[in-house]
Design a protein. Structure first.
Length: 323
């Protein structure tokens, strides 16, 4: 088969795989439309009406928050409920009210319930160390807390002090988004019980009248029995130093087993099982084992060289024969 024919076959195989992937994606989206989207619509309609009633009644929900570097913000009033759909958020971001036909249904269904916990007076704090100043800025920005900073500089124009004026407002979000792979709904809650994000997962079957009632009481901080399931996310964590060295030793031991047979490997394994738990002693033991192995290799090489030289002397054609 010539080169061009191979390229044609590869192109055809790729096209078939892309078509198969597209068909699978389309099947997933159809299933999402049938199973998940109705639950989205039910959630959206319920929470939109809930927001309207809460904004009219203005229930007295006082909340306290702990803000690092600032202290406790007490008696913040939870208020200003509003719903923002994905298209509204996107239009607001791009400053254009456009319908995007290319948006996938699982993305177009996303929406967010927002509210705020608001206090009466701004908070003033002062930071002097550059590291503390930068960390405080990053922390406030990370959690969506608005502030202004009055910077004081020395004669070299270095910042020596910053007076922060922090707005007593904590933004809260309940973001609902579709998971196409699992055909479920992700609920990301931001700055509710504490600053930060938590992600939960809902199945479409869970969204019923009882669930919606419990969710409403949860949002308004009333006694409730809402049980939210944490979304399990696969996290790839780096190996610790001990794990790395243990892995390196296993590779080394496997190599020794291949080169020197089972006897060395068995003896080494016995020593590993009997080695002290102290990892520093284990490293010293490993160093001695490698040194011993190096000496053994040197001795074997030396013996081989002697044998070869002895054999060379026996068959050396230039050696003078005795007369």
């Amino acid at each position: 088969m010539n080169y061009l024919e191979r390229l044609k076959q590869e192109a055809q195989a790729r096209q078939e795989q892309e078509l198969k992937t597209q068909q699978q994606l389309e099947q997933q989206r159809q299933r999402f439309q049938l199973e998940v989207k109705p639950s989205f619509e039910q959630l959206l309609a319920y929470l939109r009406e809930l927001s309207q009633q809460l904004n009219y009644l203005k229930p007295n929900n006082l909340v306290n928050y702990k803000v690092q570097g600032v202290g406790n913000l007490q008696n913040l009033q939870q208020q200003n409920y509003r719903i923002a759909t994905y298209k509204e958020l996107r239009a607001l971001k791009e400053r254009a009210y456009t319908i995007y036909s290319q948006d996938s249904p699982e993305v177009a269904s996303n929406f967010c319930l927002r509210c705020e916990c608001v206090g009466q007076y701004p908070i003033r704090i002062e930071k002097r160390k550059p590291l503390e100043i930068n960390l405080q800025k990053e922390y406030l920005l990370q959690h969506g807390i608005r502030f202004t900073g009055d910077e004081h500089r020395d004669n070299q124009h270095n910042i020596v002090k910053v007076r922060f004026i922090i707005e007593p407002l904590i933004p809260i979000e309940f973001e609902f988004s579709g998971d196409l792979e699992t055909h479920s709904i992700d609920l990301k809650i931001t700055n509710f019980n504490e600053l930060g994000e938590k992600v939960y997962n809902l199945s479409p079957q869970e969204v019923n009248h009882s669930f919606l009632d419990e969710l409403a009481q949860y949002i308004t901080r009333q006694p409730n029995h809402l049980a939210l399931r944490d979304k399990q996310r696969l996290k790839i964590t780096p190996l610790s130093t001990q794990q790395k060295e243990s892995l390196e030793f296993e590779v080394w031991l496997e190599k020794m087993q291949r080169e020197y047979g089972e006897s060395l490997s068995t003896a080494a394994m016995k020593q590993v099982q009997d080695r002290p738990k102290d990892f520093e002693e284990f490293n010293e033991w490993l160093r001695l084992q490698e040194a011993q192995l190096h000496n053994t290799q040197a001795q074997v090489q030396s013996k081989n060289n002697k044998k070869f030289f002895h054999l060379f002397k026996q068959i050396n054609p230039f050696k003078k024969a005795k007369l």
